[in-house]
Design a protein around this ligand. Structure first.
Ligand SMILES: C[S@@+](CC[C@H](N)C(=O)[O-])C[C@H]1O[C@@H](n2cnc3c(N)ncnc32)[C@H](O)[C@@H]1O
Length: 265
């Protein structure tokens, strides 16, 4: 065991992990040489990635506030990433202190850090589970402990679906999750795109990582919202989704789309 309480054999430092690359790009400390190398190669191929991860994180913050303002009191955050201040439960509880949050990630490191962060709280949990098996996510005891699927839920799929290949049928994965949600629930989703520039060199950086990066067009990303009514302005470049200050970038600069949809039927 280490001082952080996890077994060293669980930490694979030979391959970059998406959670740790993202942590590095956000200025975090929970990453290794191999992740920093991948992050630097990514930034060399797509220099906007530094502002892109921040813009994505800002979208997450505004979207969480939006759904909690709209009455949501439980959040299922799949692909939560390493803790990054403010975390989803902290953002949500600034609006409503009684919000419950179930975090899910398939990276054991995320699970370990989240367990330390969330220790002792009955209103939050962390499940080690994989989005590619959505039924296992929905049935996970740590998810069931916090989420009541009879009540509206905000499902967060923020910067995760692009780690699923087409062969893994991401539309079907999202639809399985959607079908488990009652009316009044929300989907908050963001996704990397190559719509504004050729980003094949950036995606290639992930070929040696534990998950590949699958850029998709705006049309494809909109399809993940089938069965939801999109909140205005629909699927937008993340800096332009409900900005709470003048966006620091111009259209076409950040390769992430994001949107929020409400399940009405
Ligand atoms: C780029 S981070 C996004 C973190 C956070 N959602 C945000 O947007 O700030 C993507 C996270 O998804 C997780 N992830 C990737 N593929 C996954 C899968 N198939 N199942 C569960 N988690 C996955 C990674 O481990 C990582 O923590």
């Amino acid at each position: 065991m280490t001082e952080n309480g996890f077994r060293a054999e669980e930490i694979d430092t030979s391959r970059p992990h998406p959670a740790r690359i993202y942590d590095y790009l956000l200025g975090g400390k929970n990453n290794y040489e191999v992740d920093r190398g991948a992050g630097d190669r990514l930034a060399a191929a797509a220099p906007e990635v530094w502002s892109g991860v921040r813009a994505n994180r800002d979208f997450l913050r505004r979207a969480v506030r939006h759904v909690v303002d709209s009455g949501i009191r439980q959040i299922l955050d799949i692909g939560t990433g390493l803790p990054s201040s403010p975390n989803v439960h902290e953002i949500a509880r600034e609006v409503a202190p009684d919000v419950r949050v179930a975090y899910v990630d398939n990276d054991p490191i995320v699970n370990t850090y989240a367990n330390v962060l969330l220790r002792g709280s009955a209103a939050t949990s962390i499940a080690l589970a994989d989005l590619r098996d959505p039924r296992a996510v929905l049935d996970h005891p740590e998810v069931r402990q916090v989420i009541d699927f009879e009540q509206p839920v905000a499902l967060l799929l923020v910067a995760i679906v692009h780690f699923l290949t087409d062969a893994e049928r991401p539309e079907r994965v999202v639809a399985t999750l959607r079908d488990a949600l009652p009316a009044g629930s929300f989907l908050v989703l963001s996704h990397a795109t190559g719509d504004f520039a050729d980003r094949s060199a950036a995606s290639a950086v992930y070929n040696t990582a534990t998950a590949t990066l699958n850029l998709r067009s705006r049309d494809r990303i909109e399809r993940f919202f089938d069965g939801f009514t999109l909140v205005e302005p629909g699927v937008a470049e993340v800096p332009f989704w409900h900005p709470d200050a003048p966006p620091p970038t111009r259209p076409g600069e950040i390769g992430y789309y994001g949107g929020v949809g409400r399940k009405t039927g």
